[in-house]
Design a protein. Structure first.
Length: 364
């Protein structure tokens, strides 16, 4: 019996369970394959005792409609930076990758399917370079991986953000207010841009187009001067003013290495008030609501395609590859190519031109 290990890493994302289900169901057509899930990414392998579970058709029945991941995930630590508490109470990191590979061999794991974003796939590439048979599956609501046209979870996040805009419009119009909605995306503005267009926002601020606060104020004032006493601003968490820096929050979580973005809506509101903007302003931070809940149909389909393709790459022995969507096909690309170039919004792309064409301002 051959065994393939499935791990989900990084932040949770709508569609993860659909990928897991697809891997298991495709593997069930092969008489000599068993699927194993590692609990909380590779932590399940590194912990003592090992935390893994067999994933059969019964275990994955109906999970494609559920958010989250049935095998858990983590965005801390990892095999190359495992947190260790020192005797003085401080923390340090150790490389346990060789140990993990030996444990996988001991467990009879023939291949690994790692489902995760850019950070997880960087780990996948490092493990592949150490000789591990590994396949990557791209996962991020941010849609910031250039090797694939879309990542699953993105469309669900956009839908949630758009519904938030729709709801904020009624409150803004009832109170003659400016409502600022802060959405995720890290250094990419895809969620904000799509939600702003779909929801009919007046202003959209994204990391790829640094904004001038005076231009933002002018746009909002023009809205009020035309007798329309409310406005919606959608701002990506990585947006910043011209000549400014990212708005971040410090994290004291052990093993969390990413810069924690957030607070841009509050900063924008404060900056507008300092400039003397007179209308009432309120902020809403959508936060983790964008990651949770039931995946939309598009993400379920794409995630299922990714899961089937990932297992077929295992059968073909095409390791060191990542599944990708290149319309209309599901293909594979080398992991090294997938992680080398992020997918950011081109300020001159058609989608930006569309937004400008319907009157959305970018503060530039």
């Amino acid at each position: 019996m051959k065994r393939v290990l499935v791990a989900t890493g990084g932040g949770d994302c709508p569609g993860l369970n659909a990928v897991i289900r697809a891997v298991v169901k495709r593997a069930s057509h092969e008489p000599d394959w068993e699927v194993i899930g590692s609990i909380q990414s590779f932590d399940g392998i590194l912990r003592e005792p090992t935390e893994i579970r067999v994933l059969d058709e019964k275990a994955v029945a109906g999970i494609h409609v559920q958010g989250g991941t049935i095998i858990g995930t983590t965005n801390k630590g990892g095999p190359f930076a495992w947190p260790i508490k020192n005797t003085d109470g401080t923390w340090s990191k150790v490389d346990r990758s060789d140990e993990m590979i030996r444990k996988l061999q001991y467990l009879g794991i023939d291949a690994v399917i790692s489902i995760g974003g850019d950070g997880s796939q960087r780990i996948s590439q490092q493990l592949y370079e150490k000789g591990l048979n590994i396949i990557g599956v791209p996962k991020t609501i941010d849609n910031d991986l250039s090797a694939t046209d879309f990542t699953f979870g993105f469309q669900t996040a956009v839908q949630i953000a758009t519904e938030a805009v729709d709801k904020l419009v009624t409150t803004a119009s009832s109170h003659n207010r400016v409502l600022i909605l802060e959405v995720m995306g890290r250094y990419a503005g895809w969620i904000a841009l799509h939600a702003a267009i779909a929801g009919g926002a007046e202003v959209c601020l994204i990391p790829e187009i640094p904004y001038d606060i005076r231009k933002v104020e002018e746009k909002l004032n023009s809205r009020y001067n035309k007798g329309k006493g409310h406005a919606i601003v959608v701002i990506a968490e990585g947006a910043m003013p011209k000549g400014g820096t990212l708005t971040t929050e410090e994290s004291d979580e052990v093993g969390y290495n990413n810069l924690r973005l957030g607070g841009v809506a509050h900063k924008l509101m404060g900056d507008l008030k300092k400039m003397g903007f007179e209308a009432d302003i309120r902020e809403t931070v959508l936060g983790h609501l964008q990651r949770g809940g039931i995946p939309v149909a598009y993400d379920r389909v794409l995630a299922t395609q990714f899961g089937v393709k990932a297992f077929e790459l295992v059968l073909e022995g095409k390791f060191g590859e990542m599944v990708a969507y290149r319309h209309p096909d599901i293909i594979s690309v080398p992991l090294i190519d997938a992680i080398n170039k992020p997918n950011f919004v081109d300020p001159d792309c058609d989608l930006i031109r569309t937004a400008r064409g319907v009157g959305i301002g970018f503060g530039d």
